[in-house]
Design a protein around this ligand. Structure first.
Ligand code: C5P
Length: 246
């Protein structure tokens, strides 16, 4: 049984920039290439998976215009690159993952982990937890209990109006990695594709295909760097990570 990782890294990251037009015109790096301690976020994330021994291959989906420069950046890295593959991503995250999934063959029982490029504070412990959960259930995601009360709203021209309050004890904030047996994930993507369904994570595709998805403990530190405020927090976490390895 192999463990294969897909890292979707083809987002524009418009929420990171104060001027989203600049991102579109490629004047500003997309969020996965924003530097953290002088190193692109994607490289920090990649190092975590490269260091995890049981992973056989890592597929990274990138915007076409960023593939050559990322390849050059990778060449400067001291990581073993034989198992790192770059593919062109798509318009939405799901399309990027789908293109990576289409690029390799696997056995039904192989495990595919999908991890956001912009979650560099993933730990080996969480990766192992998701792999173990996937072995047991066929599908498992990292998640943490919700600490905020979550409201469902109707969006109106004047703003949002609350229509319901979700019972917090039944809510989990989904993170990545999200792990799946290859056959479970492939079936879910094929079905979503033929139904025209677009989800914001892979688990939602697997849920709608009728397969149960287990949740394993993630971490509040496993943040998705999305806004400039997240970047400030990330710099703080990076410093504490460096200190703990000294
Ligand atoms: O935009 P979102 O927050 O969903 O991004 C989550 C991850 O998906 C990021 O790592 C981003 O680069 C990736 N993504 C992608 N292709 C897209 C959009 C997002 O690979 N078209």
């Amino acid at each position: 049984m192999k463990v294969i990782v897909i890292i979707p890294a083809a987002g524009l990251g418009t929420r990171m920039a104060s001027n989203s037009d600049a991102v579109r015109q490629q004047g500003v790096p997309s969020k996965q290439f924003t530097e953290l301690g002088g190193t692109p976020i994607l490289i920090h994330t990649l190092r975590k998976f490269v260091a995890f021994r049981s992973i056989s291959d890592i597929w990274i989906a990138l915007r076409k215009s960023e593939i050559a420069s990322f390849r050059a950046r990778l060449n400067k890295e001291t990581v073993n690159q034989t198992s790192i593959h770059l593919v062109e991503g798509g318009e939405y995250r799901q399309h990027s993952v789908s293109k990576a999934l289409a690029a390799f063959a696997a056995e039904p029982e192989d495990i595919v982990l999908v991890h956001d490029a912009v979650r560099p504070f993933i730990t080996g412990q969480i990766i192992q937890g998701v792999i173990d959960g996937t072995r047991k259930y066929g599908a498992a995601i990292a998640g943490i209990p919700a600490v905020d009360t979550v409201k469902q709203v109707d969006r109106t021209a004047d703003g949002a109006i609350v229509t319901a309050t979700m019972p917090r004890e039944r809510l989990v904030m989904a993170q990545t990695p999200q792990g799946f047996r290859y056959d479970v994930l492939k079936k879910a993507f094929d079905e979503a594709d033929s139904d025209g369904f677009l989800g914001t994570d892979e688990a939602s595709l697997v849920e709608r295909s009728g397969h149960e998805v287990a949740v394993v403990m993630g971490s509040p530190r496993n943040i998705k760097i999305t806004s400039p405020a997240d970047l400030e927090l990330a710099e703080f976490y990076l410093r504490s990570e460096v200190l703990s390895t000294q």
